[in-house]
Write a protein that binds this ligand. Sequence first.
Ligand code: TPP
Ligand code: MG
Length: 349
Amino acid sequence: MAVAKTKEADQIADVRRPAAEPAAHPGPVADFSKEEEFRALRQMLLIRRFEEKAGQMYGMGLIGGFCHLYIGQEAVVVGVQMAKRDGDQMITGYRDHGHMLTCGMDPKGVMAELTGRRGGYSKGKGGSMHMFSREKNFYGGHGIVGAPVPIGTGLAFANKYRGNDSVCLTFFGDGAANQGQVYESFNMAELWKLPVVYVIENNRYAMGTSITRSSAQTDLSRRGLSFNIPGVEVDGMDVRAVKAAGEEAIAWCRAGKGPTIIETMTYRYRGHSMSDPAKYRTKEEVDKVRTEHDPIEQVRARLLAKKWASEDELKKIDASVRAVINEASEFATNDAEPDPAELYTDVYR
Ligand SMILES: Cc1ncc(C[n+]2csc(CCOP(=O)(O)OP(=O)(O)O)c2C)c(N)n1
Ligand SMILES: [Mg+2]
């Protein structure tokens, strides 16, 4: 019975051949120059140290509400950032501190928003999931799963309408990929050939639910095929692979060919949010990724192997990043809370 069912499924797959095949999986990744390795290292370290500090401050009661850390996924946003140019926008969900930092937002302002202080990006009234910077082309920061997808598609529509040649990098998770609004957006994006790259951060879990329990089609790079949107799957722990895929995807958009999908295979080391006991996965699973695939360790190892840096130089870089983060945390601890009069400003009534 099971055999017959499989055969039938195969036949259906043959008959309903998708109109657009996923692009071939990229082969070996091109090496980074010395300058690119250092740039990637600094950016990823900035996110890692920021998130570690945010985790500590949360534990100390300085940060309240929801707080979703990005530790483990740094190569995704940094690789995409290295592929984009000024004027391209970024938008994502609630696991967003890394995206803000790579867009060039000030760590002080991001940290102060986490602690609810007036120097925060939303004047201390938004918190972890609600920060924006038009100046840096970062459009949030959204707590609703899947919400960045139609908004990012709309930003791409605006780019096309204005003829400004910019591309919108729209990030969402494996869980969000099952949301209906994603597919309505896909349809419009392809129909109007909008310049949007959908970057799916597949970290294998949506809160406590693994992708195999929630998704009938787990190859998320194929999710656009019925709309003729091509997609690729890349190693999201290798910043070079993400950058290469990002460049190709962005060039596709700029050439007026419409949307495209990058599925980045990644992993979060911490729980879903600060209040997640993470009972749905084993410690061994987490340790294996950390020790064998850590995105920062990979860059460090290459810098050492090529003798582009010594252990001492790498320690100095880490120390300089820690200094930036300590300064941000100092500011976020000592800055004043918003004036009570601010309760009624910047809100729709
Ligand atoms: C519309 C909606 N449904 C449910 C939730 C609750 N929720 C918050 S995060 C999340 C899981 C999303 O997982 P994924 O898209 O894989 O992103 P990740 O947390 O792994 O980065 C859920 C169900 C929500 N915020 N919004
Ligand atoms: Mg996920």
